[in-house]
Design a protein around this ligand. Structure first.
Ligand SMILES: [Zn+2]
Length: 319
């Protein structure tokens, strides 16, 4: 029997990507949304509207899966707390099922991306896997013994909040920490580092853009680093080394076979990952450091959407 189509929605801190996914992973009726993410009603409306738009283009959708940037009680479908969206305490599955008139599954966005990568991407065949998504924030997910490990009731595995620097910058959002991985390697941190480097090197392309009054973003720094701008390259290399320190913690704790790196900052590619791999090779414990592969997500920026669709498919299969 042909597998029915499902909708996968990957909702990040500032944007949403979704689509109708068929049994062969073909994605149709893609939807994109941007939001400020400050108002609960707006965020829920935008997500429901995006799912509705995708569904309007397809006739036989069986279920909808959401990956959201929140700690999620997976069994109950409740968003417990979110560092980036005002979803604390929302009975997400129930609310969305009612709005859409379809079965709904919801999980943390990084868990969804990990599910996608384990079934169809860079972590196929691995049982111990960590995944980090570098975007507006840093999401993290972990698979142990081949299953996604969600921590107690979904409140654990915040790999983005591994502390790296005692006196580091305050962690953004609703985290009270300082110098967390997220505070040091997410998009805003890359932008800030780029700006610092630009101020110290007035001959750089980055400094020229700063002088023109343009706001520097993480994506911008990454782009200039690929163009060979020295200040931008230093900012990306430094980010990669700090990322590497976070990866050392993950390798020493869990000895994963593979660490999958996703999110917008992965446009930095090996410029970002090579310094991180070097730090892992130098500082993590043997033999785990020799066995771990640090790789980019194969499904790239679609990992979360594909994984969210897999959540919906599991729901359909369990009926
Ligand atoms: Zn934090």
């Amino acid at each position: 029997m042909a597998r029915r189509r499902v909708i996968g929605i990957d909702a990040g801190g500032t944007k949403l990507l979704g689509g109708v996914v068929d049994g062969d992973l073909m994605v149709e009726h893609r939807v994109h949304r941007l939001w400020r993410g400050e108002d609960r009603r707006e965020v829920i409306d935008v997500m429901a509207d995006a799912a509705g738009e995708a569904r309007a283009g397809a006739s036989d959708v069986a279920a909808v899966g959401f990956g959201i940037p929140a700690q999620v009680d997976f069994a109950r479908g409740v968003a417990l707390a979110s560092n980036h969206l005002p979803l604390n305490g929302v009975a997400f599955r129930e609310v969305m099922a009612e709005r859409l008139g379809l079965p709904v599954a919801v999980d943390n966005d990084a868990n969804a991306a990990l599910l996608g990568e384990m079934r169809h991407g860079a972590a196929r065949g691995s049982s111990e896997v960590a995944l980090l998504t570098l975007g507006t924030g840093v999401g993290g997910a972990l698979a142990l013994g081949g299953s996604i490990y969600r921590g107690r009731d979904g409140i654990g595995v915040e790999l983005g909040h591994i502390p790296i620097d005692l006196d580091g910058p305050p962690c953004p959002g609703r985290c009270d920490g300082r110098g967390c991985l997220e505070a040091l390697v997410a998009g805003p941190a890359i932008a800030a580092r780029g700006e610092r480097e630009a101020r110290e090197d007035s001959s750089s392309a980055l400094a020229a853009e700063l002088a023109e009054g343009r706001a520097i973003t993480g994506a911008h720094v990454t782009e200039l680093a690929h163009d060979g701008d020295q200040a931008a390259m230093r900012a990306i290399t430094e980010t990669g080394r700090l990322l590497g320190i976070g990866l050392v913690a993950i390798v020493n704790l869990f000895a994963p076979q593979v660490i999958v790196m996703g999110g917008g900052a992965m446009r930095g590619g090996d410029l970002l990952l090579d310094p991180a791999r070097e730090v892992v090779a130098e500082r993590a414990l043997e033999p785990a450091r020799d066995e771990v592969r640090v790789v980019a997500a194969e499904l790239a920026e679609e990992a979360g959407m594909i994984g969210a669709a897999e959540l919906a498919r599991d729901l359909e299969a369990s009926k």
